[in-house]
Design a protein around this ligand. Sequence first.
Ligand code: NAD
Ligand code: MN
Length: 358
Amino acid sequence: MRHHRIAAIPGDGIGGEVIAAGIEVLQALAARDGSFGLAFESFDWGSDYYKAHGVMMPADGLARLKPFDAIYFGAVGAPDVPDHVTLWGLRLAICQSFDQYANVRPTRLLPGIAGPLRDVGPADLDWVIVRENSEGEYAGQGGRSHRGLPEEVATEVAIFTRAGVTRIMRFAFALARSRPRRHLTVVTKSNAQRHGMVLWDEIAAEVAAEFPEVTWDKMLVDAMTMRMTLKPRTLDTVVATNLHADILSDLAAALAGSLGIAPTANLNPERRFPSMFEPIHGSAFDITGQGIANPIGTFWTATMMLDHLGEAAAGQRLMRAIERVTADPALHTPDLGGRATTRAVTDAVIAAIQGDNA
Ligand code: NAD
Ligand code: MN
């Protein structure tokens, strides 16, 4: 019997609702499989913790997370705590300290879900966006002077290093090579951002030479939004900077039907530190406590965590269960235009796992 230890950080808002559902589904999966066990330990860090203690997690928080095999994260964000506090105090602190430099965001139109694009079905929209997750525009560099005065100046400095760009480019080319179409689109804005983005273009060409099996092309990020909406079939694997990919992946999630189904993995590919798995969405306080949060993104995220833990067969079983459930409109939550509850979707996914005989 294989054992995996997972740190659960539900966080704020609907984070608690979807992570509870995700743990139930994962335990049902482990029971169905019989060859591995999952031990969850839950951490109550987030905005309530911040209001009580003045920090989003305790001083030894990272040290406590480090021994785990993976981190299963909900979302952070509360109406009465500034977003930069919640984000930098927990999620980004984990991503940066654990060198989770590869943020992987699969996007597909799942069966039964009609995205907003006309005449586009599951076969036409199947992407993986790789987001550089350790530097770029979110390096936290910059400052403000002359605060409050008419002369005030604020800088927001993006950092691109040869080492940082090379490792994300290698990761993206290798991922592209593992997918059937073996195609990578490198997104930049090198016409206007003529230092860091030109470095991206140069390193893309260098790394491409290491991956002759992969075809690739380049796009400027503004034109990329048009290509995603008008020619989705021409895309497969995509790599972009921290900021650009952040924006493109919300667009991707919307084109695939709802932010509520989109998953993401923050990977430390070298496995020196635990990787973190989370739905893309935030704490959604507009629907918190109503029992209608879509848990599919958190379930899909769990398939990525299972892959990472070496339980790919269980991950595939879970993905089959998810697709069986999304195919039934009676099991769509309100964000997908339906009336199902988090509870009903969770029960249906568990039933599909139990009934899966592959
Ligand atoms: P959000 O993702 O929380 O919500 C955007 C919209 O999508 C809302 O209308 C919400 O109801 C809906 N939605 C999101 N997830 C859903 C789900 N699973 N099921 C059904 N509907 C869903 O983004 P926001 O409203 O911009 O931000 C709310 C808070 O979350 C802010 O404090 C923000 O900083 C934070 N946030 C955190 C993360 C994160 O922790 N990774 C990501 C994004 C936003
Ligand atoms: Mn985002």
